[in-house]
Design a protein around this ligand. Structure first.
Ligand SMILES: NC(=O)c1ccc[n+]([C@@H]2O[C@H](COP(=O)([O-])OP(=O)(O)OC[C@H]3O[C@@H](n4cnc5c(N)ncnc54)[C@H](OP(=O)(O)O)[C@@H]3O)[C@@H](O)[C@H]2O)c1
Length: 233
Protein backbone atom coordinates (compact mmCIF):
# COMPACT_ATOMS: atom_id res chain seq x y z
CA UNK A 1 0.00 0.00 0.00
CA UNK A 2 1.41 3.41 -1.04
CA UNK A 3 0.03 6.77 0.08
CA UNK A 4 0.57 10.43 -0.84
CA UNK A 5 -0.38 13.21 1.58
CA UNK A 6 -0.09 16.80 0.34
CA UNK A 7 0.94 19.33 2.98
CA UNK A 8 2.39 16.66 5.25
CA UNK A 9 4.97 18.87 6.89
CA UNK A 10 2.64 20.51 9.43
CA UNK A 11 -0.74 20.54 11.14
CA UNK A 12 -3.40 18.05 10.08
CA UNK A 13 -1.26 16.65 7.23
CA UNK A 14 1.59 15.80 9.61
CA UNK A 15 -0.82 13.89 11.86
CA UNK A 16 -2.21 12.00 8.83
CA UNK A 17 1.35 11.00 7.87
CA UNK A 18 1.93 9.78 11.44
CA UNK A 19 -1.29 7.69 11.36
CA UNK A 20 -0.12 5.92 8.18
CA UNK A 21 3.29 5.43 9.75
CA UNK A 22 1.75 3.60 12.71
CA UNK A 23 -0.08 1.32 10.26
CA UNK A 24 1.38 -1.05 7.70
CA UNK A 25 1.42 1.45 4.82
CA UNK A 26 4.57 0.51 2.93
CA UNK A 27 5.47 3.90 1.47
CA UNK A 28 4.23 7.27 2.66
CA UNK A 29 4.98 10.15 0.33
CA UNK A 30 4.27 13.68 1.49
CA UNK A 31 4.73 17.19 0.09
CA UNK A 32 5.36 20.67 1.45
CA UNK A 33 7.51 23.73 0.77
CA UNK A 34 9.32 23.74 4.11
CA UNK A 35 12.41 21.67 3.28
CA UNK A 36 13.75 21.63 6.84
CA UNK A 37 10.48 20.37 8.37
CA UNK A 38 9.99 17.84 5.55
CA UNK A 39 13.49 16.38 5.74
CA UNK A 40 13.33 16.19 9.54
CA UNK A 41 10.06 14.23 9.36
CA UNK A 42 11.35 11.94 6.58
CA UNK A 43 14.44 11.09 8.65
CA UNK A 44 12.20 9.40 11.25
CA UNK A 45 11.53 6.29 9.12
CA UNK A 46 12.68 4.75 5.84
CA UNK A 47 9.05 4.46 4.68
CA UNK A 48 8.68 8.25 4.65
CA UNK A 49 9.51 10.16 1.44
CA UNK A 50 9.47 13.95 1.31
CA UNK A 51 8.85 15.84 -1.95
CA UNK A 52 9.61 19.54 -1.69
CA UNK A 53 7.20 21.22 -4.11
CA UNK A 54 5.01 24.28 -4.27
CA UNK A 55 1.94 22.43 -5.53
CA UNK A 56 0.16 25.66 -6.43
CA UNK A 57 2.47 25.69 -9.47
CA UNK A 58 1.06 23.57 -12.32
CA UNK A 59 4.51 22.54 -13.58
CA UNK A 60 5.45 20.94 -10.25
CA UNK A 61 2.75 18.25 -10.55
CA UNK A 62 4.30 16.16 -13.34
CA UNK A 63 7.62 16.23 -11.48
CA UNK A 64 5.85 15.12 -8.29
CA UNK A 65 4.24 12.15 -10.09
CA UNK A 66 7.61 11.18 -11.63
CA UNK A 67 9.20 11.19 -8.17
CA UNK A 68 6.50 9.18 -6.38
CA UNK A 69 5.02 6.85 -9.01
CA UNK A 70 1.48 5.43 -8.55
CA UNK A 71 -0.24 5.48 -5.15
CA UNK A 72 -3.25 3.65 -3.66
CA UNK A 73 -4.28 6.43 -1.29
CA UNK A 74 -4.31 10.11 -2.21
CA UNK A 75 -4.94 12.71 0.50
CA UNK A 76 -5.33 16.26 -0.82
CA UNK A 77 -4.74 18.19 2.37
CA UNK A 78 -2.46 21.18 1.55
CA UNK A 79 -4.34 24.42 1.92
CA UNK A 80 -3.97 28.10 2.76
CA UNK A 81 -6.19 31.00 3.71
CA UNK A 82 -5.82 34.73 2.94
CA UNK A 83 -8.72 36.18 4.90
CA UNK A 84 -10.08 39.67 4.35
CA UNK A 85 -13.41 41.33 3.64
CA UNK A 86 -14.72 40.94 0.10
CA UNK A 87 -14.21 44.53 -1.04
CA UNK A 88 -10.62 44.53 0.22
CA UNK A 89 -9.77 41.19 -1.38
CA UNK A 90 -7.13 41.53 -4.07
CA UNK A 91 -7.06 39.39 -7.20
CA UNK A 92 -3.83 37.79 -6.00
CA UNK A 93 -5.45 36.76 -2.67
CA UNK A 94 -8.27 35.11 -4.58
CA UNK A 95 -5.96 33.58 -7.16
CA UNK A 96 -3.42 32.09 -4.75
CA UNK A 97 -6.08 30.52 -2.49
CA UNK A 98 -7.92 29.03 -5.47
CA UNK A 99 -4.66 27.73 -7.01
CA UNK A 100 -3.54 26.07 -3.78
CA UNK A 101 -6.88 24.78 -2.49
CA UNK A 102 -8.76 23.86 -5.67
CA UNK A 103 -6.64 23.85 -8.83
CA UNK A 104 -3.80 21.95 -7.18
CA UNK A 105 -6.05 19.07 -5.97
CA UNK A 106 -7.55 18.98 -9.49
CA UNK A 107 -4.12 18.76 -11.13
CA UNK A 108 -2.77 16.20 -8.66
CA UNK A 109 -5.87 14.00 -8.89
CA UNK A 110 -5.59 14.00 -12.69
CA UNK A 111 -1.93 12.98 -12.49
CA UNK A 112 -2.55 10.03 -10.15
CA UNK A 113 -6.02 8.87 -11.20
CA UNK A 114 -5.19 6.84 -14.33
CA UNK A 115 -3.14 4.33 -12.33
CA UNK A 116 -5.95 3.89 -9.79
CA UNK A 117 -8.51 3.36 -12.54
CA UNK A 118 -6.27 0.78 -14.24
CA UNK A 119 -5.75 -1.04 -10.93
CA UNK A 120 -9.49 -0.73 -10.14
CA UNK A 121 -8.70 0.26 -6.59
CA UNK A 122 -7.98 3.44 -4.70
CA UNK A 123 -9.13 6.02 -2.18
CA UNK A 124 -9.03 9.79 -2.63
CA UNK A 125 -9.78 12.20 0.22
CA UNK A 126 -10.04 15.98 0.01
CA UNK A 127 -9.76 18.29 3.03
CA UNK A 128 -12.52 20.87 2.87
CA UNK A 129 -13.73 23.13 5.72
CA UNK A 130 -16.95 24.15 7.46
CA UNK A 131 -16.27 27.49 5.73
CA UNK A 132 -17.44 25.84 2.50
CA UNK A 133 -20.93 26.85 3.72
CA UNK A 134 -19.86 30.51 3.53
CA UNK A 135 -18.00 32.62 6.09
CA UNK A 136 -17.56 36.39 6.36
CA UNK A 137 -14.00 37.39 5.50
CA UNK A 138 -13.32 34.14 3.65
CA UNK A 139 -14.92 34.53 0.21
CA UNK A 140 -11.80 33.12 -1.51
CA UNK A 141 -11.34 30.25 0.96
CA UNK A 142 -15.07 29.37 1.03
CA UNK A 143 -15.20 29.39 -2.78
CA UNK A 144 -12.19 27.06 -2.95
CA UNK A 145 -13.63 24.59 -0.42
CA UNK A 146 -17.17 24.61 -1.86
CA UNK A 147 -15.57 23.99 -5.27
CA UNK A 148 -13.57 21.11 -3.85
CA UNK A 149 -16.71 19.45 -2.45
CA UNK A 150 -18.53 19.79 -5.80
CA UNK A 151 -15.52 18.39 -7.64
CA UNK A 152 -15.21 15.44 -5.25
CA UNK A 153 -18.88 14.44 -5.56
CA UNK A 154 -18.78 14.71 -9.35
CA UNK A 155 -15.66 12.55 -9.48
CA UNK A 156 -17.23 9.96 -7.14
CA UNK A 157 -20.17 9.65 -9.54
CA UNK A 158 -17.83 9.23 -12.52
CA UNK A 159 -15.42 6.62 -11.17
CA UNK A 160 -17.26 4.56 -8.53
CA UNK A 161 -17.70 1.72 -11.04
CA UNK A 162 -13.90 1.41 -11.17
CA UNK A 163 -13.76 0.82 -7.40
CA UNK A 164 -12.02 4.11 -6.64
CA UNK A 165 -13.69 5.90 -3.71
CA UNK A 166 -13.76 9.68 -3.36
CA UNK A 167 -14.64 11.39 -0.09
CA UNK A 168 -14.27 14.72 1.67
CA UNK A 169 -13.39 15.46 5.29
CA UNK A 170 -14.71 18.81 6.44
CA UNK A 171 -12.92 19.96 9.62
CA UNK A 172 -14.13 22.69 11.91
CA UNK A 173 -11.91 24.99 13.94
CA UNK A 174 -8.60 23.12 14.44
CA UNK A 175 -5.53 24.01 16.46
CA UNK A 176 -2.80 24.40 13.79
CA UNK A 177 -0.60 27.10 12.28
CA UNK A 178 -3.58 28.14 10.15
CA UNK A 179 -5.54 29.30 13.21
CA UNK A 180 -2.58 30.22 15.45
CA UNK A 181 -2.50 33.89 14.44
CA UNK A 182 -6.19 34.61 15.03
CA UNK A 183 -6.73 37.13 17.85
CA UNK A 184 -7.51 35.47 21.20
CA UNK A 185 -10.88 37.24 21.54
CA UNK A 186 -11.92 35.93 18.12
CA UNK A 187 -10.92 32.39 19.09
CA UNK A 188 -12.90 32.65 22.33
CA UNK A 189 -15.95 33.87 20.41
CA UNK A 190 -15.78 30.93 17.97
CA UNK A 191 -15.23 28.38 20.76
CA UNK A 192 -18.40 29.61 22.52
CA UNK A 193 -20.40 28.31 19.51
CA UNK A 194 -18.82 24.84 19.48
CA UNK A 195 -20.91 22.39 21.56
CA UNK A 196 -17.70 20.61 22.70
CA UNK A 197 -16.41 24.06 23.79
CA UNK A 198 -12.93 23.56 22.33
CA UNK A 199 -11.00 23.48 19.07
CA UNK A 200 -10.14 20.15 17.41
CA UNK A 201 -6.66 18.76 17.82
CA UNK A 202 -5.13 18.03 14.38
CA UNK A 203 -4.85 14.34 15.29
CA UNK A 204 -8.65 14.20 15.78
CA UNK A 205 -9.13 15.22 12.13
CA UNK A 206 -6.34 12.86 11.00
CA UNK A 207 -8.07 9.94 12.75
CA UNK A 208 -11.18 10.35 10.56
CA UNK A 209 -9.14 10.79 7.36
CA UNK A 210 -7.18 7.65 8.18
CA UNK A 211 -10.27 5.48 8.84
CA UNK A 212 -12.01 6.77 5.74
CA UNK A 213 -8.94 5.92 3.65
CA UNK A 214 -8.14 2.52 5.16
CA UNK A 215 -11.28 0.96 6.61
CA UNK A 216 -14.51 2.41 5.25
CA UNK A 217 -14.81 0.44 2.01
CA UNK A 218 -18.49 1.32 1.38
CA UNK A 219 -18.29 5.05 2.13
CA UNK A 220 -18.16 6.94 -1.15
CA UNK A 221 -19.02 10.47 -2.34
CA UNK A 222 -19.55 11.72 1.22
CA UNK A 223 -18.64 14.88 3.08
CA UNK A 224 -17.75 13.90 6.63
CA UNK A 225 -17.95 16.88 8.99
CA UNK A 226 -15.61 16.81 11.99
CA UNK A 227 -16.40 20.03 13.83
CA UNK A 228 -17.35 19.23 17.44
CA UNK A 229 -20.96 20.03 16.54
CA UNK A 230 -20.31 23.63 15.39
CA UNK A 231 -22.53 23.42 12.31
CA UNK A 232 -25.53 22.05 14.24
CA UNK A 233 -26.50 25.69 14.87
N1 LIG B 1 -6.87 24.52 10.89
C1 LIG B 1 -8.18 24.65 10.70
O1 LIG B 1 -8.91 25.23 11.56
C2 LIG B 1 -8.82 24.05 9.47
C3 LIG B 1 -10.22 24.03 9.44
C4 LIG B 1 -10.86 23.51 8.33
C5 LIG B 1 -10.12 23.00 7.27
N2 LIG B 1 -8.77 23.03 7.32
C6 LIG B 1 -8.06 22.51 6.14
O2 LIG B 1 -7.21 21.44 6.52
C7 LIG B 1 -6.06 21.41 5.68
C8 LIG B 1 -4.80 21.43 6.54
O3 LIG B 1 -4.80 22.65 7.28
P1 LIG B 1 -3.85 22.90 8.55
O4 LIG B 1 -4.68 23.60 9.56
O5 LIG B 1 -3.15 21.65 8.91
O6 LIG B 1 -2.86 23.97 7.91
P2 LIG B 1 -1.31 24.28 8.23
O7 LIG B 1 -0.95 23.87 9.61
O8 LIG B 1 -1.14 25.70 7.82
O9 LIG B 1 -0.56 23.30 7.20
C9 LIG B 1 -0.77 23.47 5.84
C10 LIG B 1 0.06 22.46 5.08
O10 LIG B 1 -0.14 22.69 3.68
C11 LIG B 1 1.12 22.86 3.04
N3 LIG B 1 1.01 23.80 1.93
C12 LIG B 1 0.34 24.98 1.91
N4 LIG B 1 0.49 25.55 0.71
C13 LIG B 1 1.27 24.74 -0.03
C14 LIG B 1 1.78 24.80 -1.36
N5 LIG B 1 1.54 25.82 -2.18
N6 LIG B 1 2.54 23.79 -1.81
C15 LIG B 1 2.82 22.74 -0.99
N7 LIG B 1 2.37 22.63 0.27
C16 LIG B 1 1.61 23.62 0.74
C17 LIG B 1 2.05 23.36 4.14
O11 LIG B 1 3.38 22.98 3.82
P3 LIG B 1 4.64 23.97 3.97
O12 LIG B 1 4.41 24.84 5.16
O13 LIG B 1 5.79 22.99 4.12
O14 LIG B 1 4.68 24.70 2.69
C18 LIG B 1 1.54 22.59 5.35
O15 LIG B 1 2.12 21.31 5.41
C19 LIG B 1 -6.18 22.62 4.75
O16 LIG B 1 -6.71 22.22 3.52
C20 LIG B 1 -7.15 23.53 5.48
O17 LIG B 1 -7.85 24.37 4.60
C21 LIG B 1 -8.10 23.54 8.40
Amino acid sequence: MRALVTGGTKGIGLKIVEKFLNDSVADIHFTGRDREAGEKLASRDGRLHFHCFDTSQRESIDRLYKETGPVDILILNAGICRDTLFLRMKDEDFDQVLKTNLYSPFWITKAFLSDMLKKQSGSIIYLSSVSARGNAGQANYAASKAGLEGMAKSLALEIGRRNVRVNVVRPGFTDTKMTADLPENMKEEIIKHIPLLRMAKPEEIAEVVYHLAMNCSYVNGQVVTVDGGLTLH
